[in-house]
Design a protein around this ligand. Structure first.
Ligand SMILES: *Cc1c(COP(=O)(O)O)cnc(C)c1O
Length: 358
């Protein structure tokens, strides 16, 4: 009988500091958007060297207001990765535009630069470059494509806060960047998001759209505001980011050492990456669903790292690299709340499950 504790796929690292931050705001009597939201925005703008930051209530909302503030609307096209969660697809549609998925590079799992260039039309009004699983996307190339065609690039840093490329912070390279503070992300406040901008004017437009109240014109606006309770928790988490990143890296190194001799494909090891997910590729012919079931029998919850690629949602064909990634990749638990005992248990379970014939 298996008596090991159940290890979830994701779990936030929250404790007394977050309790103190949240209860401080509640005791103050001011719980709606206020000075804690402003302080979190300042911290994000400064950390990424950007002109403005706008805190909102989800990563999806951050993408939506960033697109809207950049003037993306009906009849426009926005290029997004095919291998990503549907939040990105939805945000483009919320802005009224048409999402155009691009296939991925099989090594980095991020958008393939050539496929992006090939999908640009006169209607393309933005490129959303996601740093998937914390691995930096090829920003130099996307910025160069954007520059040539006068198309802004939005970095989606929902999985990569604190990451870097050549010493530049991810989120400080594109025309805008978005973050998510959902419970499974690198830092969290339950639900929350942030959009940051290289242009102060664009940031002001996003800020204007966030709140419907106190405007005298007929613009459709939103209620995307973050509360001060969430902001205080997010600030505390942001202060712990360095420790979180180091612990994630430590666990990744344990995994990579332990799995070197297994018949699996190991994840991309970029020096500036964040180990948001540890994603391994099963040998061709292995069934990821069976593998995940067998891991669960050993009390380890794993998952497909992307529930379903965008082309499948849209009923499109092609996208060979994305399709191949989806059919072979599994994501195993990696988060700072894991104990060394948890890590050893996952290693043991991966070794046993991978050795089984399925
Ligand atoms: C989580 C996530 C989002 C959406 O963020 P929410 O806060 O859940 O709305 C967008 N893009 C990526 C890459 C994500 O991982």
């Amino acid at each position: 009988m298996n008596t090991d504790p159940h290890i979830p796929h994701s779990k936030p690292c929250i404790g007394e500091e977050e309790v103190a931050a949240a209860s401080g705001v509640i005791r103050s009597g001011h719980i709606a958007q206020g000075r804690h939201v402003a302080a979190l925005e300042d911290a994000f703008a400064r950390f990424h060297g950007r002109a403005g930051a706008v805190a909102v209530n989800s990563g999806t909302a951050a993408l939506h207001v960033a697109l809207a503030a950049m003037g993306v609307s009906e009849d426009d096209e926005v290029i997004i990765p095919d291998f990503v969660c549907t939040a990105v697809l939805n945000a483009v549609r919320h802005a009224g535009a048409r999402p155009v998925p691009a296939d991925i590079d099989p090594q980095t799992l991020n958008m393939d630069t050539k496929d992006v260039a090939a999908r640009i039309t006169d209607r393309t009004k933005a490129i959303i470059a996601v740093h998937l699983f914390g691995t930096p996307a090829n920003m130099d190339e996307f910025m160069s494509i954007g520059m040539q065609k006068n198309i802004p690039v939005i970095e989606d840093c929902a999985q990569s806060v604190g990451g870097s490329v050549d010493g530049r912070p991810l989120g400080g390279i594109g025309h805008a960047a978005v973050f998510s503070f959902y419970a499974t992300k690198v830092i969290t406040c339950g639900e929350g998001g942030m959009a940051i901008f290289s242009s102060g004017k664009t940031a002001d437009r996003a800020r204007d759209l966030r709140d419907y109240d106190n405007h005298d014109d007929d613009t459709t606006r939103y209620n995307y505001k973050m509360t001060d309770i969430q902001a205080a928790i997010a600030q505390t988490q942001f202060g712990r980011l360095g420790d979180f990143i180091n612990r994630r890296k430590e666990i990744a190194e344990r995994y990579t050492g332990a799995f070197a001799s297994l018949d699996v494909e190991l994840p991309c090891d970029d020096p500036g990456r964040i180990w948001y997910r540890y994603v391994i590729g099963l040998k061709k012919g292995r069934d990821v669903c069976v593998w995940i079931e067998n891991m669960l029998k050993r009390n380890v919850a794993c998952a497909r790292p992307v529930f379903m690629p965008i082309h499948r949602v849209l009923g499109l064909s092609g996208y060979a690299n994305s399709e191949n990634a989806w059919s072979r990749l599994v994501s195993i638990p990696i988060y700072p709340a894991m104990t060394n005992r948890d890590v050893n248990h996952v290693i043991d379970a991966v070794k046993k499950t991978t050795a089984e014939v399925s």
